[in-house]
Design a binder for this molecule. Structure first.
Ligand SMILES: *Cc1c(COP(=O)(O)O)cnc(C)c1O
Length: 402
């Protein structure tokens, strides 16, 4: 038991830290939504907003068929398992989802986790040790970085998306037993798509494995939405795929790792977030099966998402905003200056558009932005209303190039 003095010092230190964040403008407030997630949301202040900042790429988060599928799975399989998978937490719905994900991704087997954060946190340590090398893109997601930290393999970092540096790091790792290149399939801050064709070629040349994190790709990248590996024509050349059920694939929560049978079986035996954390709720497993069925039957949602993305990207550029070029539904609208990005997001909120300002340390210094994320659920009318609000706020703040 800490003495009163010690306890007081502890809480004071936390309070000072929080004050410091507020003073530096780095404190992250949370908007409270009182409705379902969707193309439009209602906040707790009663304001109705067009939502341009969810990872709701296919518009399924608040979708009626998803809610029904979740209810049906709950009625059939119950509310929860009160168990990890290997004790008594595996139901037929979990096995069906693992098979459906493997079919969708073009892999042999899949293991479910409570989150992609856990999938990445638990993938490296069981598969690689001090004799091996992990070669990781400098801008990979925090959960990859944490997962690598938990593993004893030698670490090599290559400059973001820099194939010459990746090659140099592969050469530096030459003496190692197994080498694995790890990259986000799509990088969420810029919408940058990893050059998987070139990465797979380098992997072949240097005898390395390839792992991709498909959180911002599964369900809509590639012709039939399988992911970045389909987009780049390298299906079958990727060794390990991690991804989330919490973004395009329904938006609730849950993650997975997919790949060769030997990899997945090893993870079931040794991956700590799988062995020591509860089974995915049956509602999520059942509703995720509904998503994969829908995506396998039709590319309509994926096609609508890409049409909305092309429309918004063209219109926002024509309006005189600076965006990062690309094709992904993540559209970074560049403000460069952090306070300006916050002011712009606040003005858009007043004008009925929900976006969030991103600034250092989430993005590099001087690269502050508002990140727009398109959804298949957005109607043209909603996008036009949002674009009008962008133009008005942009004019008021003097942001437009023309
Ligand atoms: C969102 C995200 C994660 C975490 O996914 P959760 O399922 O929410 O834990 C991991 N990696 C990347 C690249 C992400 O964008």
């Amino acid at each position: 038991m800490a003495s009163d003095m010690q306890r007081k010092a502890f809480y004071e230190q936390l309070a000072n830290g929080l004050d410091g964040l507020r003073e530096q403008g780095l404190y992250k407030p949370e908007r409270v939504i009182a409705s379902r997630q969707g193309a439009e949301v209602v906040c707790d202040d009663g304001r109705k907003l067009i939502n341009l900042c969810a990872n709701n790429y296919l518009g399924l988060s608040g979708d009626e068929a998803m809610v029904r599928a979740a209810v049906e799975a709950t009625e059939k399989y119950g509310y929860g398992l009160s168990s990890v998978r290997f004790i008594c937490g595996t139901q037929t719905v979990h096995k069906e989802l693992e098979h459906a994900l493997s079919d969708f991704l073009g892999t042999e087997d899949t293991i479910l986790y409570a989150a992609a954060f856990d999938a990445n946190g638990g993938v490296f340590e069981p598969l690689f040790d001090e004799q091996d090398a992990i070669i990781s893109d400098a801008l990979n997601h925090a959960s990859i970085i944490d997962g690598i930290r938990l593993c004893k393999a030698a670490r090599y970092r290559y400059q973001h998306n820099d194939m010459a540096d990746l090659e140099a790091q592969l050469q530096a790792a030459a003496g190692k037993r197994h080498k694995v290149i790890v990259t986000d399939g799509v990088f969420s801050m810029d919408g940058t798509i990893a050059q998987l064709d070139r990465i797979c070629d380098l992997a072949d040349r240097y005898g390395a494995l390839v792992m991709i994190d498909e959180c911002h790709a599964s369900g809509f990248m590639g012709k039939t939405g399988r992911g970045t590996h389909e987009h780049h024509g390298v299906m079958g050349r990727i060794d390990i795929i991690t991804g989330t059920l919490g973004k395009a694939l329904g938006g609730a929560m849950g993650g997975f790792t997919s790949g060769r049978r030997e990899v997945i079986q090893t993870l079931r035996q040794k991956s700590r977030p799988y062995l020591f954390s509860n089974s995915l709720a049956p509602a999520i497993a059942g509703a995720s099966l509904e998503v994969l069925g829908r995506l396998s039957a039709s590319t309509e949602l994926r096609d609508r998402l890409h049409a909305n993305t092309a429309y918004f990207r063209a219109a926002i550029s024509e309006s005189g905003f600076t965006i990062k070029p690309g094709t992904h539904p993540v559209v970074p609208v560049m403000l460069f200056d952090a306070p300006l990005a916050q002011k712009f997001a606040q003005r858009l909120y007043e004008l009925g558009v929900l976006v969030t300002g991103f600034f250092y340390p989430v993005v590099p210094m001087g690269q502050a932005r508002v990140r727009v994320q398109l959804s298949a659920a957005h109607t043209r009318e909603q996008l036009d209303k949002a674009l009008a609000a962008f133009r008005q706020a942009g004019q008021e703040l003097g942001l437009l190039n023309n």
